[in-house]
Design a protein around this ligand. Structure first.
Ligand code: TGC
Ligand code: FAD
Length: 389
């Protein structure tokens, strides 16, 4: 019995999907794992991996080949995020933002010129993107955002600030959501290019989580945006929230990868660590922890797989994606915490990946809609009553 595929989920995957999964797995083993603890400790993103990940087709991988993308299905996309997050949530975050939050809106809501200009370069990792929705005072409730775009003779003038933006300081293009009128129905998306006067993106330091990931503030002071940088084909909160569906789906798989990393570490450790003359794996309390971990991981894999199949069939709902993101991230955090107990004092050491994953998952639990917000999205779906407000 393979130690991490208890339910033989591999038997559900096509040979192409398995091959893509294995390419991502090998990339993480060879390029990410040897350096990631050091990056985490120093608080830097390994930028030397950005182009190699593009060469392997990891960015925007479900988008069509005519824009330089791989044209894969959603199961393959999920398997890639699973393997990337097995390495580190920061690596998966980079790919999620580039793919789901930057390439997806340009592809879905952009002009043909915008697609030709940005998608092939973003797919190769030659250009980097970020996504600005959250503001210092508006996180879970983006409909009350205060960043504004006013019409000018030549386009738009942007004023406001975005907060907690992954990749912000290194991005060549920021997809920024701003109000053009009084309420959330006037929200529009803008492509703000690096170097635009009035735009700055200072990095947020002193994080205890997602340390191998760049997180920034975006500041706009009378920032002039040409008309051709408006995403013309969407208006209202539906624009940014539709991008979140793509990223939240990827996170549901990514969380499984993180859980596999901490579970397999704990399993291996429990078999070699001797106390009271026996491997700690021989104690019933340890076996119960391991049994609970692999059961929850297996259930999460099936959930992600099924939601992926629905997505490929064009039948998935946002609430189903919320269920997968909510369940799988909470599952991964619980698995990491149990794994840490199995490692004893070694559980807090950077010699093992467990605490790094655990700390990362505290961000993953909060971003892309907090655990509570996804609870309320599911609650609204089953009761028909919105409890947000
Ligand atoms: P509500 O009135 O429900 O909806 C407004 C309009 O949006 C539509 N809509 C959606 N469309 C597509 N997909 C979804 N998931 C959608 N949810 C809602 C809705 O149909 C409506 O459209 P229309 O045409 O009728 O106007 O909006 P609300 O203001 O009540 O808010 C609902 C709520 C709370 C669920 C929403 O605001 C929400 O999801 N809040 C959480 C915010 C969030 O997730 N932020 C994430 C920021 S990005 C990020 O974290 C990146 S981390 C990246 C990384 O490093 O990986
Ligand atoms: P708040 O919305 O202030 O929530 C605080 C608490 O209140 C939470 O527990 C929440 O669940 C609870 N709460 C709020 N409303 C309700 C309610 N109605 N009912 C019950 N409980 C409620 N954003 C981007 O736009 N782009 C990015 O690239 C990005 N990257 C990120 C990277 C990192 C490392 C982190 C940590 C965040 C990132 N975010 C990004 C921001 C993220 O999406 C927000 O942090 C998240 O949406 C929550 O917003 P908030 O932090 O303002 O918390």
């Amino acid at each position: 019995m393979p130690k991490e595929d208890f339910l033989n989920i591999d038997s559900l995957l096509s040979s192409e999907e398995l091959q893509i999964r294995d390419v991502a797995r090998q990339f993480v083993r060879e390029r990410v794992l040897p350096i990631i603890e050091d990056c985490y400790e120093r608080g830097v993103y390994p930028q030397e991996l950005i182009k190699p990940m593009g060469e392997l087709g990891f960015y925007g991988c479900t988008l069509p080949e005519e824009y330089g993308c791989a044209g894969l299905n959603n199961i393959a996309y999920g398997l890639i995020t699973q393997e990337l997050e097995r390495g580190d949530s920061g690596i998966r975050s980079f790919a999620s933002v580039q793919s789901s939050l930057v390439m997806y809106p340009i592809y879905t809501y952009g002009t043909e010129e915008q697609k030709r200009k940005w998608l092939p370069a973003l797919a190769k990792g030659e250009k980097i993107g970020c996504f600005g929705l959250t503001e210092p005072d508006y996180g879970s409730n983006p409909s009350d955002m205060v960043t504004r775009a006013e019409r000018t003779k030549y386009g738009w003038k942007l004023n406001g600030a975005k907060m907690w933006i992954t990749n912000g300081s290194i991005a060549d293009v920021a997809v920024v959501w701003a109000k053009t009128g009084a309420d959330a129905r006037s929200i529009r998306g803008f492509l703000v290019e690096k170097g635009t006067p009035g735009f700055s993106a200072p990095e947020i330091k002193k994080k205890h989580s997602l340390r191998a990931s760049i997180t920034s503030e975006l500041i706009f002071q009378d920032c002039e945006i040409p008309e051709e940088n408006l995403l013309p084909n969407v208006e209202g909160l539906r624009g940014p929230l539709s991008c979140l569906n793509q990223a939240r789906y990827g996170i549901a798989w990514g969380a499984v990868g993180s859980a596999l990393a901490t579970y397999t570490t704990a399993l291996d450790y429990s078999l070699s660590r001797i106390q009271f003359g026996r491997p700690i794996a021989a104690f019933q309390l340890t076996q119960r922890k391991l049994a609970d971990m692999i059961t929850e991981i297996s259930k999460a894999q099936l959930l992600a797989y099924h939601v992926g199949k629905l997505k490929d069939a064009g039948k998935v709902t946002p609430a189903q994606i919320s269920m997968a993101k909510r369940n799988n991230v909470a599952m991964a955090l619980n698995v990491a915490r149990e794994a840490r107990t199995i490692l004893g004092a070694n559980g807090i050491s950077a010699e093992y990946p467990v605490m790094r994953h655990m700390n990362n998952l505290e961000s993953v639990l909060t971003y892309e809609g907090t655990h509570d917000i996804h609870t309320l999205i599911i609650g609204a779906e089953v009761t028909g009553i919105q409890a947000f407000k």
